[in-house]
Design a protein around this ligand. Structure first.
Ligand code: NI
Length: 229
């Protein structure tokens, strides 16, 4: 009997520890660990999880993502955040050799913009490469054209990319798989809605539905015009 209790206690500790570690690894930038843990536990035990408003994850108070960057676009032009001042952007950090996640998320971004109709034209979609060694402007130009006619590809020196990623708290690291000759890049997969001031307003988890992203972006744009009118 005592042995059974011990085994159960051990399993419970392992389970809680596992969920805690998972919550730590998967939490959104700016999302508190306790909040992420509660969300994961809720999902695990089927309890109602709070749904982020309008399909996006709200940033915790005091957390600011985004800001200045200095990169090169897919036409080879040097660009900074000032080139996009006053515009809304949807930004995704990924790389053109990504086998599955990046194409899915860029497809979602494109579908969300199309679902918004003419209002979607107010938003500049952009892919920032986390693989600047392989993703030069020409490589990016070919890649972005497959997803959306207005999608901008951004790359730069490894230092410039690292700085941009730091501003958005994007994690990325080269990874090798035994069965592959080329390397992959592990990276976080959030899509960021950046406001006209260059600051992130909302972020979207991977696997957000295009309709949910479109609704959240539309709501943010409406919010902004209501505030300024
Ligand atoms: Ni990817």
């Amino acid at each position: 009997m005592l042995r059974t209790v011990r085994v159960f206690s051990l399993l419970l500790v392992l389970l809680l520890g596992g969920v805690w570690a998972y919550a730590w690894a998967k939490r959104a930038p700016g999302e508190g660990l306790a909040e992420a843990f509660a969300g994961r536990m809720g999902r695990l035990f089927g309890a109602g999880m709070q749904v982020p408003s309008a399909g996006g994850v709200q940033l915790a108070q005091g957390v600011s993502l985004g800001g200045p960057f200095s990169l090169t676009d897919h036409t080879g032009r040097a660009v900074t955040e000032r080139d996009f001042a006053g515009r809304w952007m949807l930004v995704y950090f990924g790389f053109t050799y990504c086998p599955d996640v990046c194409p899915t998320e860029l497809g979602t971004m494109a579908a969300a913009l199309d679902a918004m109709g003419p209002a979607g034209e107010a938003v500049v979609p952009a892919l920032v490469s986390v693989d600047p060694e392989r993703d030069g402007p020409a490589q990016l130009a070919d890649y972005v054209s497959r997803f959306h006619p207005r999608l901008i590809g951004l790359t730069g020196t490894p230092e410039q990319v690292a700085e941009a990623a730091r501003r958005f708290r994007v994690y990325y690291a080269k990874a090798r798989r035994p069965e592959m000759t080329d390397y992959l890049v592990d990276h976080s997969g959030f899509t960021y809605l950046v406001g006209p001031d260059g600051r992130v307003r909302t972020l979207f988890r991977p696997d957000t539905a295009p309709e949910a992203m479109a609704a959240a972006v539309t709501a943010q744009l409406a919010n902004k015009s209501a505030a300024t009118n």
